[in-house]
Write a protein that binds this ligand. Structure first.
Ligand SMILES: [Zn+2]
Length: 466
């Protein structure tokens, strides 16, 4: 393959077409297609003038869960700061063939792999300007769980010390610039002045970017993760998810090659800046999902749906639960695996008296609106930020209104109610999902009414910590 006479756009198109071709059968990790993909990438590295990072070979094999995979890693040595590193990565694997269907993965991530090669070519051409060294990494087995980037993060930590890695940028799905309308750059706040830098440079490249301070998705992760968890500032770059994402229809003809060309040029310049600027620094801020440390105090909002029932012990009956809801605030203090959780929510609790024949009068609905404040002592499964938890404690409820749907039996409600409360749930990043159960101690109605209590009030609650 002679690429010297081609334009960058033509080369990008050629790479994507080859990597997403039938011959490579979707580049499933640990398949023949992945071997062909990495041979192709290594050949391009050689052609660009990259040097192997380690022991004379671009291939850096590793094992994960008993299977062998292989990253393709090259380096461009820097100048005065050559012991500091900028890592540029893109995964080259995709989903392979499933149920007889081939997943070409043209955007995910033949596009990023192609961009990576051209960014490398650009940086080699401007090698004289480089101060920091640049590591170019095509990752294997991303789709299986980020195996390649996990392996390289550990490998680099041993080889050069992870604190010497000053930026990790993951280029994953960058072939749909036109359709998406901008290049998304998540993590600009992890770099000092990162947003300004990225935006100014974008203007000079006539590219529209959507800078996001941090990666926020709780459900997805990309190859930045292993580096970010080790404290490296990271950027996740993409042109977004689309209708062909992880489908057999993610084909090369849908790639916007003009956009891919422009994105590659922009990212090469951005990487050059990171590799040359003597003032380049981490901001010290990290995405919450990349910060496993538990904050000492945190606050959030929550909303729940549940049910409640009154019980009348003397009459041996309970009311039937209806749909209750609650909305309010939550705060937490955390110490190791222990914690204290305080909630305050508005609650609308309703339940129905079972039948006309029962001794307590006509069928009707009792409803009560209150502000409820449960407090729990928590035990958590881990002292890191995300964990399952179990809590026991008590609650206080101030019932400010109540009503009976039919004839009011004239029972005065005790506005001050309280009892025991338990909670069980899980917290992941900012997201809280919990199940709570309360039972009243004391009496619901005043002395001249039948003996009754809020036998239970139970909620499934979703919350979000800021
Ligand atoms: Zn991907």
């Amino acid at each position: 393959m002679d690429t010297s006479a081609q334009s960058r756009k033509e080369r990008l198109e050629e790479y994507v077409n080859y990597l997403a071709s039938d011959e490579l059968k979707g580049r499933g990790a640990a398949t023949e297609g992945a071997v062909k993909a990495r041979n192709f990438i290594a050949a391009r590295y050689r052609e660009c003038g990259l040097k192997p990072l380690y022991e004379g070979d671009f291939f850096v094999p590793f094992e994960s869960k008993g299977t062998s995979y292989c990253n393709v890693v090259g380096v461009i040595e820097g100048g005065a700061l050559k012991d500091e590193y900028i890592v540029l990565g893109a995964h080259y694997d995709h989903l392979g063939v499933k149920d007889g269907k081939m997943y070409p993965g043209a955007d995910d991530n033949a596009s990023g792999s192609a961009a990576l090669i051209e960014i490398a070519r650009e940086l080699v051409a401007r090698k004289d300007q480089l101060q920091r060294s640049v590591i170019i990494a095509a990752f294997d087995a991303e789709e299986l769980g980020l195996f390649g980037s996990n392996s390289l993060a550990g490998f680099l930590d041993d080889l050069v010390g992870i604190k010497n890695v000053k930026l990790m940028m993951s280029v994953d799905m960058v072939g749909r610039y036109k359709g998406h309308g901008s290049l998304v750059m998540e993590g600009v706040a992890t770099i000092r002045d990162g947003r300004v830098l990225a935006s100014e440079m974008a203007r000079s490249h006539s590219i529209k970017i959507s800078p996001k301070n941090f990666e926020t998705s709780v459900l997805t992760a990309t190859d930045t993760q292993a580096f970010a968890l080790k404290g490296v500032p990271t950027l996740a770059v993409s042109t977004g998810i689309h209708g062909q994402y992880h489908k057999p229809t993610d084909t090369p003809d849908l790639i916007d090659y003009d956009g891919l060309d422009n994105v590659s040029g922009y990212l090469a310049d951005f990487a050059l800046q990171a590799a040359t600027d003597p003032d380049w620094q981490a901001s010290g801020k990290v995405a919450r999902k990349h910060n496993p440390k538990q904050p000492a105090v945190e606050f959030g909002v929550l909303g729940g749906v549940g049910g409640s029932s009154l019980s009348f012990p003397e009459a041996y009956i309970s009311t039937k639960s209806m749909t209750d809801y609650s909305v309010g605030l939550v705060g937490r203090a955390n110490v190791g695996v222990c914690g204290f959780q305080l909630e305050a929510y508005y609650e609308n609790a309703r339940s129905r008296f079972p039948s006309v024949d029962r001794p307590l009068g006509p069928s009707q609905i009792y409803s009560q609106q209150s502000v409820t404040v449960p407090a729990y002592l928590l035990i958590r499964t881990s002292k890191t930020r995300d964990a399952m938890f179990l809590g026991v404690g008590g609650y206080y409820s101030y019932a400010f209104t109540h009503s009976f749907s039919k004839a009011d039996p004239g029972w005065d409600v005790n506005p001050h109610q309280g009892g025991i409360a338990t909670v069980f749930g899980i917290k992941a990043s900012g997201l809280l999902l919990q199940w709570s159960f309360r039972s009243q101690i004391g009496s619901l109605f005043a002395a001249d009414a039948p003996q009754a209590k809020m036998g239970y009030a139970s909620y499934i609650t979703l919350g979000w910590f800021f």
